[in-house]
Design a protein around this ligand. Structure first.
Ligand code: SAH
Length: 238
């Protein structure tokens, strides 16, 4: 038996993320890009004890280690095509932050906005709604921030180059729908769509309608070059 086989073990999630992103499409490709993104982490028993969070409030940021639960595959591939390289060039899976990996584990550093008992309010996440969380660790600036680090093909944040406008209908909807349960809705839609969610292999098609889910809303837009036109934003049909 190989050494790696002998240390196989199972992991139980400690909690679940409730996120503003209801579908993978449109989620920014790293945390911290869309600062208006909100997420709540609810701990499950027996981890939902305040003792486990004693002292956490004093940290401004945390690492969230999570399961890419919608990217679990039987097979894995040694190479992937990062969107940052235009979606054509391949790099090794371990030279990428792809969600398709031998162990589908995600790692994101996010703002810790609030600790409400055993519920954490997080800002700027790149998590899909219902993401299972495996661990939480405080971000330690002296160890985790390396100003001289090299970022290879992703050395800088991608440009938020799209401009976003709203149809009259979408503008009316956002005024009504932005509330405590859907905070900063307009800002969120603008920030998210500014980072070109369209797959790299798709060419400009002004008639094509794109859609995704934000909170409990169905968002639809068209894209002409770097101009995004939000068509509608309506509560999902149940
Ligand atoms: N910071 C992350 C980046 C991963 S790639 C890391 O290195 O771990 C980011 C993409 O993961 C997002 O664009 C989103 O589409 C996807 N994603 C987020 N949560 C997911 C989940 N629970 N299952 C599958 N994919 C997810």
């Amino acid at each position: 038996m190989s050494l790696t086989k002998s240390i196989e073990f199972s992991i139980t999630p400690i909690g679940i993320i409730r996120s503003c992103y209801g579908e993978k499409f449109g989620i920014p490709r790293q945390p911290g890009l869309v600062k208006s993104a909100t997420a709540t982490l609810e701990l499950s028993p027996p981890y939902n004890t305040p003792d486990a969070f004693r002292g956490l409030k004093a940290f401004s940021h945390v690492w969230i280690i999570f399961l890419f639960h919608q990217s679990i595959r039987e097979q894995w591939k040694a190479t992937v095509r990062p969107p940052r390289l235009g979606g054509n060039e391949r790099v090794g899976v371990f030279a990428s932050r792809s969600n398709f990996r031998p162990n589908p584990i995600g790692l994101s550093v996010v703002e810790l906005k609030e600790v409400d008992g055993t519920i954490l309010q997080l800002g700027g996440g790149d998590f899909l709604d219902q993401t299972p969380v495996l661990d939480i660790k405080p971000y330690l600036p002296y160890a985790d921030c390396i100003p001289t680090a090299l970022g290879a093909f992703a050395d800088r944040a991608p440009d938020a180059k799209n401009r976003v406008n709203f149809s009259t209908e979408a503008e009316q909807s956002v005024q009504i729908l932005e509330n405590e349960t859907r905070p900063a809705l307009r800002q969120l839609v603008c920030d998210m769509l500014a980072y070109n969610p369209r797959p790299a292999y798709q060419t400009n098609d002004p008639d094509r309608i794109y859609g995704t889910r934000i909170f409990d809303l169905e968002l639809q837009w068209r894209q002409v070059e770097s101009m995004i036109h939000v068509i509608s934003m309506d509560p999902m049909q149940r």
